[in-house]
Design a protein around this ligand. Structure first.
Ligand code: IVH
Length: 683
C-alpha cells in the first residue's frame, strides 16, 4: 500500500472516530470517552494533517474554525421558502385551529383524532443547513423567508451541527432546518463576563444567538455557547423521506442532529392542551428559553392537503406562553446593600406581569452595567425574567425617554448606615464600608446564616430577621440562640404557636454539620460547594481557622483569593468571639460530614436537584432517576445554579466541568447510594 493510501486510511479512521464521539457527546448527551481522550484524538489528527496538508478535507473536525473572517455576508435564496408560524394566544384560538383542520380534512367525528408532533418553540434564530452528498455546504439565516444571509463560516463552528452526516440513507441533497440557540447558563456566563470586562451585555439569549451568527469572524462565533436543535427538513432531492413529521425527525436524529428532547407525539386537541400545560410547568427548569409550543400535523399527506396561507402553513400553529419580557416604567433607582456590603442599584418599577409573576423591582447589577445601559428614572425599559432568574432591566427604550432626565450616580455614602461607599479601582462592585455596623449588611448576613443550605432555621424568614435587626435585638448569629418566646411573640404577625415553632426550629438547628456551619458564616466567596470541600478536606474547624493561606489552597476548590478571604475572616477577633459564643450557646457540628441531609426517612432528598452524567454501573440512568425522585429529589437535564448535585458516572461529559465552574458538588454513584442508604430507615 502506498504511503498516501495509508495516511488517507488513518485520517479517515480518526475523523470518523472523532465524528462519532462528537455525536455521542453533543447529540446523544452520552459520551463514551472522557474529554481528555477526545482532545488526544483531535491532536493526533491535527498533527497528521499538518504533515500532509494537501489531505485536509473541508469536513474534517479540525476545520470547524478554519475559515478566515469574511468581509460581508453573501445572500442566499432559499430553495423552498422558510415560512413562519401562526400564533394562538388562547385556548379558544387553539380550538379554532383544530376545528378548521378537521373541516378541511373532512374528518368526521369518529376519525377526528389527529396526531401532532409537539415541540417547544425555541427562542433562538432559524437556520437552514444544506448538505450535498452528506457534506455541509451551506448555512443560511432565514432572512425574510425567501432570501437569507450566508453564514456557513459560522454554523460550522457549532459542534452540534455535523460537518458530515452520519452514515445512512440520506438524500443526495438535503436541507435541515432548525433553531440555533444559546442555553441560559451560557448566556448568563457570557453576560457576566461582559459585565466583568466592562463590555456591553446582550438583552436576551435570542439576541445573543442571532448576534453570534452574524459575526464576520468565525473565531468569535466559535467562543459563543451555541446549540442547534433541528425541527424539520426543507428541500431534498434524490432520496426517500418518511411520510410523518415525527419519523422524519427520527431520521434527522440518525443522521447526526439533536432535536429537542421535549419533542412528543400527541393525539387530538386534548393531547395538545396537556402538552402545553406540561411545558408551561417545565419551562422555568428547561436549560433554554422557549416562548411557546408548536403543534404540527404529523401526517405529511395531510400537510400537503392543507397547504399554506400567505407566509404560514395551515398545518402548524404556535401556542404562545406569557411573555418573559415586558415594557414598564422606572419609578426610581435605589441602592441595596448586600451581605458583603456590595451596593447594587435596583430599579423600582411600575408593576408588570412577566415570566409568570408580577415584577416591581429589577436588578441593575452594578454601576458599570447601569452606566452602560444608562437607565434613568422615568425611562421605559424592557424587563426580563426567565426561569428562576432574578428579574433584570435588559435595556432602555430610548425613543420613549422623557425630557430632562439625569444619569443615575452612585451615592457617596451608604443609604442605610451612612458609612462611606468605596469603589476599588478596576472593580465593578461598590461597597459600603460599614461592615457589621451597617444594619443592612447585618440583616443580610443573618438571613444567610439561617438559610436552607446554612443552619436551615425553618420559619425564620426575611421579615422576622429585619424586624429583629431594626429593633436592635440581634447583631450576630449567636444572638439568635438567645431569643425568648416573649421576644418572638412581640414581633409582627407572630402568635404564641408560631413563636413556639420558631423556637423549636432554632433549637433543632443547633445540631448541624461542619460544612453547613462554614457556609453559614458567610465568608466571602465561600459557597456551599467550597464549604463542603473544606469540611471534607480538613474534617474539623481548628485547622481551617489556623492554617496559612498556602495550606488552605491544598483544597481543590480553594485558590488564592478564597484562601485570603478565609484567612481574613478567621483573623478577625469579632468573628472568633461569635464562633465561641455559638459553641457556648450549644451550637454543635458533627465534624467532616459534608453532603449531609438533616431530613430523614423517605424524603431525604427533598428540595434537592440532581443532574446525572456519564455511565452508571450499578443502575441505569432511569433507575437512578426513579430512586432520586422516590426520595423527594428532582432530576434535570442540565447543570445550572439551581443544581445541588451532579452525579458523575464513568466518562462524564462537560457537565462536570460546568459543575466545577458553578461550584456545585460532584458526587459519585457510590456517594449517591450512600446518601440514600444511610438515611433511609431499614425495614
Ligand atoms: S417550524 C413551517 N418549529 O419560529 C414551520 N419553528 O414563527 C416553520 N421556531 O422562524 C417553523 N421553534 O425560528 C418551527 N419547534 C419549532 C420552532 C420554530 C422555534 C421559530 C423559527 C421560525 C419561527 C416561526
Amino acid at each position: 500500500m502506498s504511503v498516501k493510501k495509508e495516511v488517507e486510511g488513518k485520517l479517515l479512521a480518526l475523523r470518523t472516530k472523532l465524528q462519532r464521539h462528537n455525536y455521542l457527546y453533543h447529540v446523544l448527551d452520552d459520551p463514551e470517552i472522557p474529554d481528555i481522550e477526545y482532545d488526544r484524538l483531535m491532536r493526533e489528527l491535527q498533527a497528521l494533517e499538518k504533515q500532509f496538508p494537501n489531505l485536509i478535507t473541508n469536513d474534517s473536525p479540525t476545520q470547524r474554525v478554519g475559515a478566515a473572517p469574511i468581509s460581508q455576508f453573501g445572500s442566499v435564496t432559499h430553495k423552498l421558502p422558510m415560512l413562519s408560524l401562526d400564533n394562538a394566544f388562547s385556548e379558544d384560538e387553539l380550538r379554532d385551529f383544530h376545528r378548521k383542520l378537521k373541516e378541511r380534512l373532512e374528518l368526521d367525528e369518529s376519525s377526528a383524532f389527529l396526531d401532532f408532533t409537539a415541540e417547544p418553540k425555541l427562542d433562538g434564530a432559524a437556520v437552514s443547513l444544506l448538505y450535498e452528498d452528506g457534506i455541509l455546504v451551506r448555512g443560511a439565516t432565514r432572512g425574510d423567508g425567501t432570501k437569507g444571509e450566508d453564514i456557513t463560516h459560522n454554523v460550522r463552528t457549532i459542534e452540534s451541527i455535523p460537518l458530515r452526516l452520519l452514515d445512512g440513507d440520506y438524500p443526495a441533497v438535503l436541507e435541515i432546518r432548525g433553531e440555533v440557540f444559546m442555553p441560559r447558563a451560557g448566556f448568563d456566563a457570557l453576560n457576566a463576563k461582559a459585565r466583568a470586562n466592562g463590555e456591553k451585555t446582550f438583552v436576551n439569549p435570542r439576541n445573543a444567538a442571532a448576534g453570534s451568527l452574524r459575526q464576520l469572524d468565525p473565531r468569535l462565533t466559535a467562543t459563543r455557547p451555541l446549540e442547534f436543535f433541528s425541527y424539520g427538513v426543507g428541500y431534498s432531492e434524490d432520496g426517500h423521506l418518511p411520510e410523518r413529521q415525527s419519523a422524519i425527525l427520527d431520521k434527522v436524529h440518525e443522521w447526526g442532529f439533536a432535536s429537542c428532547p421535549e419533542r412528543r407525539l400527541v393525539v387530538g386537541i386534548d393531547g395538545c392542551f396537556e402538552y402545553y400545560q406540561d411545558m408551561e410547568e417545565k419551562r422555568a427548569d428547561l436549560p433554554y428559553d422557549i416562548d411557546g409550543v408548536v403543534f404540527k400535523v404529523d401526517r405529511l399527506d395531510f400537510q400537503r392537503e392543507l397547504g399554506f396561507v400567505a407566509r404560514a402553513p395551515r398545518w402548524a400553529i404556535a401556542q404562545k406562553f406569557p411573555a418573559q419580557e415586558e415594557l414598564t416604567v422606572v419609578l426610581d433607582v435605589e441602592f441595596q446593600v448586600g451581605r458583603t456590603g456590595a451596593v447594587t442599584p435596583v430599579a423600582r418599577l411600575e408593576p408588570v406581569f412577566v415570566g409568570g409573576v408580577t415584577v416591581s423591582n429589577a436588578t441593575l447589577h452594578n454601576m458599570d452595567d447601569l452606566a452602560r445601559k444608562d437607565v434613568r428614572v422615568g425611562d421605559t425599559v424592557i424587563v426580563r425574567r426567565a426561569g428562576d432568574v432574578i428579574p433584570e432591566v435588559a435595556s432602555v427604550v430610548l425613543d420613549k425617554r422623557p425630557r430632562n432626565t439625569d444619569p443615575v450616580i452612585l451615592p457617596p455614602s451608604c443609604p442605610v448606615c451612612g458609612s462611606a461607599i468605596e469603589r476599588v479601582e478596576g472593580e465593578a462592585v461598590a461597597r459600603c464600608t460599614g461592615g457589621l455596623h451597617c444594619s443592612a449588611q447585618r440583616a443580610e448576613a443573618l438571613k444567610h446564616f439561617v438559610s436552607r443550605r446554612a443552619l436551615d432555621i425553618e420559619g425564620m424568614g426575611a421579615k422576622i430577621i429585619e424586624q429583629l435587626v431594626d429593633i436592635d435585638r440581634i447583631h450576630t448569629p449567636a444572638d439568635i440562640f438567645e431569643l425568648t418566646h416573649d421576644e418572638l411573640m412581640n414581633l409582627d404577625r407572630m402568635g404564641p404557636k408560631s413563636a413556639e415553632n420558631l423556637l423549636a426550629a432554632i433549637e433543632a438547628s443547633k445540631q448541624t454539620t461542619l460544612a453547613r456551619l462554614i457556609y453559614a458564616l458567610g465568608i466571602r466567596e465561600v459557597g456551599d460547594a467550597t464549604a463542603n470541600s473544606l469540611a471534607d478536606h480538613f474534617g474539623s474547624l481548628p485547622p481551617i481557622m489556623n492554617l496559612s493561606q498556602e495550606e488552605l489552597q491544598q483544597v481543590p476548590d480553594v485558590g488564592p483569593v478564597v484562601a485570603a478571604h478565609i484567612h481574613a475572616f478567621f483573623s478577625d477577633e469579632d468573628n472568633l468571639s461569635v464562633i465561641q459564643r455559638l459553641q457556648n450557646l450549644g451550637v454543635a457540628w458533627s465534624d467532616s460530614a459534608s453532603t449531609d441531609e438533616q431530613t430523614s426517612g423517605q424524603n431525604v432528598l427533598e428540595g434537592k436537584t440532581f443532574v446525572l452524567t456519564g455511565t452508571l454501573s450499578a443502575m441505569t440512568r432511569d433507575e437512578a432517576k426513579d430512586l432520586i425522585k422516590s426520595h423527594g429529589g428532582r432530576v434535570t437535564g442540565s447543570v445550572s445554579k439551581s443544581t445541588d448535585f451532579v452525579v458523575a458516572g464513568d466518562n462524564p461529559g462537560a457537565k462536570v466541568k460546568k459543575a466545577h465552574d458553578l461550584q456545585i458538588a460532584v458526587i459519585s454513584e457510590a456517594d449517591l447510594s450512600a446518601l440514600l442508604e444511610t438515611e433511609i430507615p431499614k425495614k
